[in-house]
Design a protein around this ligand. Structure first.
Ligand SMILES: NC(=O)c1ccc[n+]([C@@H]2O[C@H](COP(=O)([O-])OP(=O)(O)OC[C@H]3O[C@@H](n4cnc5c(N)ncnc54)[C@H](OP(=O)(O)O)[C@@H]3O)[C@@H](O)[C@H]2O)c1
Length: 264
């Protein structure tokens, strides 16, 4: 029987590209998001908002009835937010944590019942290099992805006796609708950060527009699906590997200096 792969965020970007790629390679793919892909696709699809626990439970029942198990869960659903921390309303912070952290937790929690039915279950969480390198004016995005890295590591240890492996993939800039979908900075009177925020966002958006094609992430995910042993965290592309290496070995003050020069 083909491996059964559940992919959240499959209507767009990394999730969609991965779903199409794996489906072409004869994996049984189930895509999941709040809306259907806007392009033609040849895999199964369930509409589900990952912030809604009852919708997730129903989705898992539907998958159980049809497939009985999940071999690989790819948590790709996510959103971005930009703006100064001081100017961000709590409701907007809750929104991003509801999707990127609590939603990912809820889908994983309920999917685990079916992942246990696989002989070699795998969970691949799409984090971001921004989890390790905190970005100014995207602070809450970095916080949410840092949570996913911690979630990944704790879960990996908890699930080891069940032969379920967990990893986080930390992409850099990828050219997807993520840029367009990012919640934009909030206009406030007497904004002290105005120009700095705009400059920073412009740079981010330009980097993303010139970023890697999502197919590269899809191919990397496939490489890890085939691997016997999953790494804990990985990025994609030489330049991002170098950034992670420097971030690890340079003094933090130096790292923050460069981040400030680029995005601050
Ligand atoms: N693009 C980048 O530069 C980049 C870099 C590093 C990491 N990432 C991460 O990669 C992942 C995928 O991003 P992307 O670039 O592919 O962005 P994208 O094109 O905007 O796709 C986001 C996906 O998440 C789904 N989604 C959002 N909220 C949801 C919810 N409440 N319930 C279910 N699905 C939801 C969206 O579908 P619906 O709107 O139809 O629900 C969509 O399919 C994200 O976790 C992102 O943080 C992206």
């Amino acid at each position: 029987m083909n491996k059964i792969v559940l992919i959240s965020g499959a209507s767009s970007g990394i999730g969609l590209e991965t779903a199409k790629y794996l489906s072409k390679l004869n994996y049984t793919v189930i895509g999941l998001s709040r809306s259907y892909p806007k392009v033609s696709y040849d895999f199964d699809y369930v509409l589900c908002d990952i912030t809604d626990e009852s919708a997730i439970k129903k989705t898992i029942e539907v998958i159980y009835d049809k497939y009985k198990k999940i071999d690989v869960l790819i948590n790709s659903a996510g959103m971005g937010i930009s703006g100064a921390i001081e100017n961000t309303p709590l409701d907007e912070v809750k929104k991003i944590f509801n999707v990127n952290v609590y939603g990912q937790f809820l889908l994983t929690k309920h999917a685990l019942v079916l992942i246990r039915n696989s002989s070699n279950g795998k969970i691949i969480n799409i984090s971001s290099i921004a989890s390790e390198i905190a970005l100014p004016f995207q602070g809450f995005y970095s916080m949410s992805k840092a949570s996913i890295d911690a979630f990944t590591k704790a879960l990996r240890i908890e699930l080891k006796p069940f032969n379920i492996q967990v990893m986080a993939l930390l992409p850099g800039d990828i050219k997807t609708d993520f840029t367009k979908n990012r919640t934009k900075p909030f206009k406030v009177d007497n904004d002290l950060y105005g120009e700095r925020v705009q400059r920073s966002i412009n740079k981010m958006e330009l980097d993303e527009a010139n970023g890697m094609a999502p197919i590269k992430i899809a191919k990397t995910i496939h490489k890890y699906i085939k691997r016997k042993n999953l790494p804990i965290t990985k990025t994609v592309g030489l330049s991002y590997k170098l950034i992670r290496f420097l971030n690890k070995f340079l003094p933090e003050k130096i790292v923050l200096f460069f981040v400030r020069k680029l995005y601050g």
